[in-house]
Write a protein that binds this ligand. Structure first.
Ligand code: GLV
Length: 348
């Protein structure tokens, strides 16, 4: 675009900024960078934009900054002739059809590593809370049920220290959860489709098959991505293998666990409790029968929700976008094969 620079009496070339649609108000640290480098529009509401809004907004943008609650599929890509990159603020990206993106030369990025420890801490929050009945105890005190001073049988839970924890999916987050278990003198079992020698060497964990893990663990903690292969990985059959005294913890993705089967198992006393930060449908309906059970501790998908981590995640979204438009490989590219379809080139 040719612009007249009146002060210096000359015409200058001015490259318009690339357009980004941001599907939610991101933490300031990331949004500031995005607004500085791009012509950014941000969906202003608390609830996610309806799909038809996303489809309308992508018509004219070069980039999309998405969250895991946005469905970014072929229908969205078909409406977005200029779209070159989707930068997601999450480590998981099962909401994005990466294969369809790659076919169209659209780069997809995520935000790994910065959230590993925060997410691992939260798996432990759920584990400790359900094993030691923290939520029930809190309610007990607040609702005036605490009528006798001290009672041997009051709100007994299960010991965490010295118990056996089974980690399903021993990637970065699984490893961090297992590392914390060493501080509780726990026996650590793990299952993964790849060997993960660091689990054995650094943490003294033992790799076992999935059935053995479910059979022998006192706490089963799930840390796999959602894929075709992991959908309902925790089903009625696996739950049947668990000890009656065991607990299930899930802060990966809801559909990895068959909620109906879990509810049935808990109702029949075939396991002692569960800690869930994720659900098959999010937000989970308030009439989800799991919410009626006192031995289930729940949270609204907040495992990475610390101020520090969410800020870092937003910053990573911005860094991925800036790198791409500067013609560099985005640091957290999940579909590197896309570079053959659309080779990198400077766009600023
Ligand atoms: C949260 O669930 C994430 O994938 O970052």
């Amino acid at each position: 675009m040719l612009i007249k620079d009146f002060a210096n009496q000359r015409s200058v070339i001015c490259v318009p900024k690339s357009k980004v649609y941001v599907t939610r108000e991101l933490p300031e640290r990331g949004l500031k960078i995005i607004k500085k480098h791009f012509d950014a529009e941000v969906w202003p509401e608390y609830a996610p934009p309806p799909k038809k809004v996303i489809i309308e907004k992508v018509k004219n943008v070069d980039a999309l900054a998405s969250l895991l609650s946005d469905i970014i599929d072929a229908e969205v890509f078909n409406a977005a002739p200029k779209l070159k990159i989707v930068a997601q603020m999450a480590v998981g990206y099962d909401n994005i059809n990466v294969q369809e993106a790659t076919k169209r030369g659209i780069y997809v990025t995520n935000t790994p590593e910065v959230l590993t420890d925060t997410t691992a801490d939260f798996a432990w929050c759920l584990l400790m809370a359900v094993a030691r009945r923290i939520v029930e105890a809190d309610k007990y005190v607040r609702t005036g049920q605490w009528k006798v001073g001290w009672l041997p049988s009051m709100l007994q839970g299960r010991d965490v220290y010295g118990a056996t924890i089974g980690i399903v999916g021993a990637g970065r987050i699984g490893f961090a959860v297992a590392k914390r278990a060493t501080g509780f003198n726990m026996k650590i079992l793990f299952y993964d489709v790849v060997p993960r020698p660091e689990m054995e060497k650094e943490l003294g964990a033992k790799r076992v098959d999935l059935d053995t893990l479910f059979r022998e663990s006192d706490f089963v903690s799930i840390h796999v991505p959602l894929m075709k292969e992991t959908h309902h990985l925790v089903n009625a059959e696996k739950l049947r293998l668990m000890k009656k005294t065991a607990y299930l913890i899930n802060n990966s993705r809801g559909p990895v666990v068959d909620e109906k089967a879990l509810h049935q198992a808990l109702k029949e006393g075939r396991l002692t409790g569960a800690g869930l930060d994720v659900f098959e449908q999010e937000p989970t309906p308030v009439d989800n029968p799991l919410l009626k059970l006192d031995n289930v501790v729940v949270a609204p998908h907040i495992s990475s929700a610390s101020y520090e981590t969410r800020s870092k995640m937003a910053e990573m979204v911005a860094e991925n976008l800036v790198a791409f438009f500067e013609g560099k490989k985005p640091p957290n590219l999940v579909n590197p094969e896309v570079m053959k379809v659309r080779p990198l080139s400077k766009q600023f």
